[in-house]
Structures are given as structure tokens and as C-alpha cells.
Write a protein that binds this ligand. Structure first.
Ligand SMILES: Cc1cc2nc3c(=O)[nH]c(=O)nc-3n(C[C@H](O)[C@H](O)[C@H](O)COP(=O)(O)OP(=O)(O)OC[C@H]3O[C@@H](n4cnc5c(N)ncnc54)[C@H](O)[C@@H]3O)c2cc1C
Length: 392
């Protein structure tokens, strides 16, 4: 999500973008596995929107038929209900991964291409693939892979990336199973308080799934059990989780038609960096992902999007100033995210905030007490007083 969010935003800004994805499919941890027995959302289960930017994306995806609401039977709605979409569960249709596709439309994507190293031999970036190919030459590179996979790619390219090491990520084993007969008497979503299972969902009850097919369940295991069994064989994990599912149900489940397990080695970010994205010293290398802001799809989207404004300037007029302005740049992105959560009354986004980006960068605006609405307004004033500066 962070990758396509960033790429789509860059393309909208008029840049020529290419995306390299190691898998055949798109979506990363927003994933759907299709088998003869049915389909399984074995990664992210649903998304919510706390900020207006992701909220408006979900509305657009809803209009395009790529997401819909999910109201599973048995879900406890938190009280008091909020005004926004943060308590509405959205899912991709016909599978979770479908929500990424509209974002990727029109992008040049090289699938099945795993990047092993980044090099900058003659002032421009080259990508080295795992099978030894070199792809050249790029003005800037955004790395949007999970933190432990980003670290080796970025370690040699400046101190700005050293703190990626602090973004701890937990694994998660996922089991997928189908049953010919419905599991009677169980809610669509189960979150047991004890035992290895953290989450079990009747996938086939999500809107748009498995029309008439067998009942499909997806089960996620908590970090402690997943860590303890990280290197176990998928088949034996699947069997263990079927048994654990029986313990949750309080009876032996029927014989599954399909039973498999998938290991997410880097599933959920336990300690996000609390910064929207990272930019290297010369401004031509950046990193984004959920590990910047939190273990949620919205965080990944926000992080990828936050990286975008740095690039046109990074590779153009502002080249060389990025190191000095790193802190200001991060401040800006915090402000941008903050603004989405608490819009300033009467101030439309977009152009205003593009100017804000420039204002923060040019005037080295820094927050003293952490991001807050007052700072957003102050930066807006700066932006309004100096509209269009450095925007070319
Ligand atoms: C089991 C599970 C359940 C979850 N449940 C929820 C949920 O219910 N709600 C929610 O909001 N979030 C949930 N999350 C978290 C959410 O899925 C992630 O926060 C979000 O999808 C992360 O997006 P990302 O773009 O940062 O990273 P990713 O989705 O991991 O994308 C990184 C991409 O980089 C590719 N890649 C990696 N290395 C390379 C390389 N060297 N070269 C080329 N490509 C590479 C990967 O194939 C992948 O496509 C869940 C995650 C998991 C695993």
C-alpha cells in the first residue's frame, strides 16, 4: 500500500515512476489467496479510516466497487460511536487485495522483481535485482518494504536510515480452512482472550465472497505463539491451528476440505518510528511503510503519501538541502497528517498544503512542543503569506 500510494502520488505530480514488486500479485500484506475451495483474506482483515485522506480514498474505492462495508455478526461496536469512518470496517471486494488495484492503475509495475541492492555509481540510482540484473538509472528511489527488509537495502546509504532498526515487527501465522457445513453457533468474528488464536473470521461471510461455496475461515495467531513456532512447517502449523480452533469453539471442528497455513514473517509493526517517512541526506532516497506510523493499512497509505512531496524538489531545485531540512521535512509531514485528523476550518487542503510543504521547507519551520493544530495554522499562515514560492 505504501508503495502504490507513493507511486500514484508521484505520477500525479508529473514524475515518471516505475514500481518493482517481488511478488506476482499486488497488495503485499493486503492479500487474498484463491484456491479451488474458495478465497481467503489471509493478511489484513479490514481497514478503517481515522484521517480524512484515507477516508476519501475509501469513498473513491467504494464508488469504484473495490471496497464495501463489512458488518460481521457478533462484532461489538465500541461506545460511544464516533462521527467518522474509524469504526466502520471496510473490506476489498471481491477480496482484500482488490482495494489496491485501482491505485495501481496506469503505473508501470515490474512484478516478480526482487531488489537486492541499491547503488549510486554516477550520481544516479541503479537497482540490482536478486538474479543479478541491473536496472538504471533513476533520480530518486523510494523503498517501501517492511522495516527488516528495508534495513539491508538502505544501511549503506546514510545515517538517516539507521533508526529503521528500532521499528520492531512481529510475525503472524495465518491458517486457512474450509468446511462443507457451516460452523453453527459461532459469530463471524472470534477474538479469544486466551490461547494462541488472536483472531478467527468466517471469510465466506464477508460481502462478495465464495457465493455458494464452502464455509471458509481465516485464523491469525498472536505474536508470542507465532515467534515460538516461526520455523515450524506450514503443514504442522495448520494442523495445530485447526486443533486450537476446536478449543475456541469448544468442540472438535468437522474435517476441513482445505487446510493450509501462511507465515507472515513481518506482519505487524510493534514499535513504529512515529515519523511519517524517512529521507536520506541528499534527498534522493526515501523510505516509507506502516513501520513509520503504525500497524495499519491507513498508516502505510499515509506514510507512502507523505514521502511524495519530497521528491519533485529532492531531485530538482532543492537538491542538496534535504539533509539540512530533514527535521523540517518530517515536521511538515507530521503537520500534514495532523491536519487530516483535525482540518483547519475554512482551509481547503491540496494547493494550500503544497504551499505549506514549501513554507516548511523554505523557512525551516520547526515545531517546539510537538505537532498540534496551532502549528498547522502557523504554517498555513506562512504558506499563505508566501504563496507559490519555489513551486516553479
Ligand atoms: C496477518 C495480518 C493481519 C493484518 N490485519 C490488519 C487489519 O485488519 N487492518 C489493518 O489496517 N491492517 C492490518 N494488517 C497490517 C497491514 O496489512 C499493513 O500495515 C499494511 O498492509 C502494510 O503495507 P506496506 O505497504 O507498508 O507493506 P507491505 O504490504 O508489506 O508491502 C511491501 C511490499 O514490498 C514487496 N517487497 C518486499 N521486499 C521487496 C524487495 N526486496 N524487492 C521488491 N519488492 C519487495 C512485498 O512483496 C510487498 O508487496 C495486518 C497484517 C497482517 C500480516
Amino acid at each position: 500500500m505504501a508503495g502504490v500510494a507513493c507511486a500514484a502520488a508521484l505520477r500525479q505530480a508529473g514524475l515518471d515512476v516505475e514500481v518493482f514488486e517481488k511478488s506476482r500479485g499486488l497488495g503485499g500484506r493486503i492479500a487474498t489467496r484463491r484456491r479451488d475451495a474458495g478465497s481467503f483474506d489471509h493478511g489484513a482483515q479490514y481497514v478503517t479510516a481515522r484521517g480524512t485522506r484515507f477516508e476519501s480514498l475509501l469513498r473513491r474505492l467504494g464508488e469504484a466497487g473495490a471496497v464495501t462495508e463489512w458488518q460481521p455478526q457478533g462484532r461489538q461496536i465500541p461506545h460511544p460511536p464516533s462521527h467518522g469512518l474509524d469504526q466502520t470496517w471496510f473490506i476489498g471486494t471481491p477480496g482484500m487485495s482488490a482495494m489496491v488495484k485501482p491505485l495501481a492503475e496506469g503505473l508501470r509495475i515490474h512484478r516478480g522483481t526482487r531488489i537486492a541492492a541499491l547503488e549510486k555509481p554516477n550520481g544516479r540510482w541503479c537497482l540490482r535485482t536478486v538474479d543479478g540484473q541491473t536496472v538504471e538509472a533513476f533520480d530518486a528511489v523510494a523503498v517501501t518494504v517492511p522495516a527488516p527488509q528495508a534495513s539491508p537495502l538502505l544501511a549503506a546509504h546514510g545515517t538517516a536510515f539507521a533508526r529503521i532498526e528500532r521499528a520492531a515487527m512481529a510475525p503472524c501465522w495465518a491458517a486457512m480452512m474450509t468446511f462443507d457445513a457451516p460452523i453453527a453457533g459461532a459469530d463471524d468474528v472470534l477474538r479469544p482472550a486466551a490461547g494462541p488464536i488472536a483472531w478467527a473470521a468466517r471469510n465466506s461471510a464477508k460481502p462478495g465472497r465464495n457465493g455458494g461455496g464452502p464455509e471458509a475461515w481465516v485464523i491469525h495467531v498472536g505474536p508470542a505463539w507465532s515467534r515460538a513456532h516461526l520455523e515450524d512447517e506450514a503443514r504442522s502449523v495448520a494442523r495445530d491451528l485447526l486443533q486450537a480452533f476446536g478449543e475456541v469453539l469448544g468442540r472438535t471442528p468437522p474435517q476441513p476440505g482445505h487446510l493450509s497455513a501462511h507465515r507472515w514473517r513481518y506482519a505487524l509493526c510493534e514499535t513504529p518510528l512515529q515519523t511519517p517517512c524517512l529521507i536520506g541526506d541528499d534527498g534522493t532516497l526515501g523510505a516509507a511503510g506502516d513501520w513509520c506510523l503504525g500497524a495499519r493499512v491507513e498508516a502505510a497509505y499515509d506514510s507512502g503519501w507523505a514521502l511524495e512531496p519530497g521528491w519533485p524538489r529532492a531531485s530538482g531545485a532543492h537538491s542538496g538541502s534535504r539533509g539540512r531540512n530533514q527535521q523540517a521535512f518530517e515536521t511538515l509531514q507530521v503537520l500534514r497528517l495532523e491536519y487530516d485528523l483535525h482540518p483547519v476550518a475554512g482551509k481547503p487542503r491540496n494547493a494550500e498544503f503544497d504551499r505549506l510543504a514549501v513554507a516548511v521547507d523554505v523557512y525551516g519551520f520547526r515545531h517546539q512542543d510537538g505537532p498540534g493544530l496551532g502549528h498547522v495554522q502557523q504554517a498555513c499562515l506562512l504558506a499563505v503569506r508566501h504563496p507559490g514560492r519555489h513551486l516553479g
